[in-house]
Design a protein around this ligand. Structure first.
Ligand SMILES: [Zn+2]
Length: 318
C-alpha cells in the first residue's frame, strides 16, 4: 500500500513518518534534530533526514512528501516567505526538495497542517469553528472558520503567537514586544523554571539548579518534573498557564469558536496547563462564547503537523 511521508520541521527537531490516505500513522516517526545554523546546514540536514526516512519506510512505498513548517508559506507554490526559527526566508522549499528527492512535495504552514489533521481525525473532528494554538519553540496559530482553513488576504492569517498580551513587554523574535509567544512558548517555560532554580522553596532538592548547570534545563524536563509534582516546575507551568489564559480569552472573544485546540510540545503538560487557563476564560471572556468554547489538548499531539501535511499531500497528489 502506498503512503505519503508527513514531515514536521520544527525549530529544534524534524519528524518524518508514513501516513495513509485516512490520516493513520503507519509507523513511529523518525525524529532528528533540525540544523538551523544557516540555510546550507538546514537543507543538508533536512535532505539527509528525508533520505534516511525514505530508506527506513521503504516498505510503505512513499509516493509523495507533505512538509509542515513554521512560517509564512505560499502553500500553492511551496515558497517560504518568512520563517522566524528557520533560515528559509524567500526560499522555494517545495521545488528544491522535489528536485532532490524526485517525488512530489507540498509545503504548508505547520499549524495550518495541524488544525486540518485535528478537524479530520483528531479532537475537533467534524467541527466548523476551531482555533488552534501550538506552544513549541515559538507559539503558532491556525484558524478553521466556517468549515474551512482561513488563510487571510496574503496567506499569513492566524499568527496568534504574535498577539500582544503585554504592551511594552519583552522583545519577540518577530521584532515586536510583548507577544504571547514570549510568554507562552517552550522557551518561556524554561525561563520561568530558571528563575526558580536554587530557590529553597521552589527548588528544594536543587533539581532545577542542577539541570541548569548541566545545560539540560529544557521544556520537556520542566514538563516531566511538573508531572511529578516538583514545586518549581509546577510554578513554571502555572505561570505559563496564566499567559496562555490571556491568549485564550482574546481568541474566545474575537472568534467565538466551538473549540480551541492547544498543541505543541508544551501542551504535553496537559491538564496542569489547561485547567487554570480554562478557568481564566470562564471568568474573563465574554458570554455566551466563554460558556460554550471547549479548550482541549490536541489529540494527535506532536504529530498533528506531520499528519496534516501528509493529508494535504494526499489530497493534492491524488
Ligand atoms: Zn512576536
Amino acid at each position: 500500500m502506498p503512503s505519503v511521508l508527513g514531515v514536521d520541521v520544527g525549530g529544534t527537531k524534524t519528524a518524518v513518518g508514513p501516513v495513509n490516505e485516512e490520516g493513520t500513522r503507519l509507523a513511529a516517526p523518525l525524529v532528528e534534530p533540525t540544523r538551523t545554523r544557516d540555510r546550507r546546514a538546514f537543507l543538508g540536514g533536512l535532505l539527509s533526514t528525508l533520505r534516511r526516512a525514505m530508506f527506513e519506510f521503504a516498505e510503505h512505498d512513499p509516493m509523495a512528501v507533505g512538509v509542515a513548517c513554521a512560517g509564512n508559506i505560499d502553500s500553492e507554490t511551496g515558497v517560504v516567505f518568512s520563517a522566524r526559527h528557520l533560515p528559509l526566508a524567500d526560499f522555494p522549499l517545495a521545488s528544491y526538495l522535489e528536485e532532490a528527492l524526485r517525488l512530489p512535495v507540498y509545503v504548508d504552514n505547520d499549524v495550518n497542517a495541524a488544525i486540518c489533521a485535528e478537524v479530520v481525525s483528531g479532537v475537533a473532528q467534524g467541527l466548523a469553528e476551531v482555533v488552534m494554538l501550538t506552544l513549541g519553540t515559538g507559539v503558532g496559530g491556525g484558524l478553521w472558520l466556517g468549515g474551512r482553513l482561513y488563510r487571510g488576504a496574503s496567506g499569513g492569517a492566524g499568527e496568534l503567537g504574535h498577539m500582544v498580551v503585554r504592551a511594552g513587554g519583552l522583545p519577540c523574535a518577530c521584532g515586536g514586544h510583548g507577544c504571547l509567544e514570549v510568554y507562552a512558548s517552550g522557551r518561556a517555560l524554561v525561563r520561568y523554571a530558571a528563575t526558580r532554580a536554587g530557590d529553597p522553596v521552589s527548588d528544594p532538592q536543587g533539581v532545577l539548579a542542577g539541570l541548569q548547570e548541566a545545560g539540560r534545563l529544557t521544556g520537556p524536563e520542566v514538563t516531566r518534573l511538573a508531572a511529578q509534582g516538583y514545586p518549581g516546575a509546577l510554578e513554571a507551568v502555572g505561570e505559563l498557564s496564566r499567559w496562555l489564559g490571556v491568549g485564550l480569552i482574546n481568541i474566545t472573544d474575537i472568534f467565538d469558536p466551538e473549540m480551541i485546540v492547544v498543541g505543541g510540545g508544551v501542551a504535553e503538560a496537559g491538564e496542569l496547563l489547561l485547567e487554570p487557563a480554562r478557568e481564566l476564560v470562564r471568568r474573563h471572556a465574554l458570554p455566551p462564547g466563554r460558556d460554550r468554547v471547549r479548550i482541549e489538548s490536541a489529540r494527535l499531539g506532536n504529530e498533528a503537523g506531520l499528519v496534516g501535511a501528509a493529508l494535504e499531500a494526499w489530497r493534492r497528489a491524488g
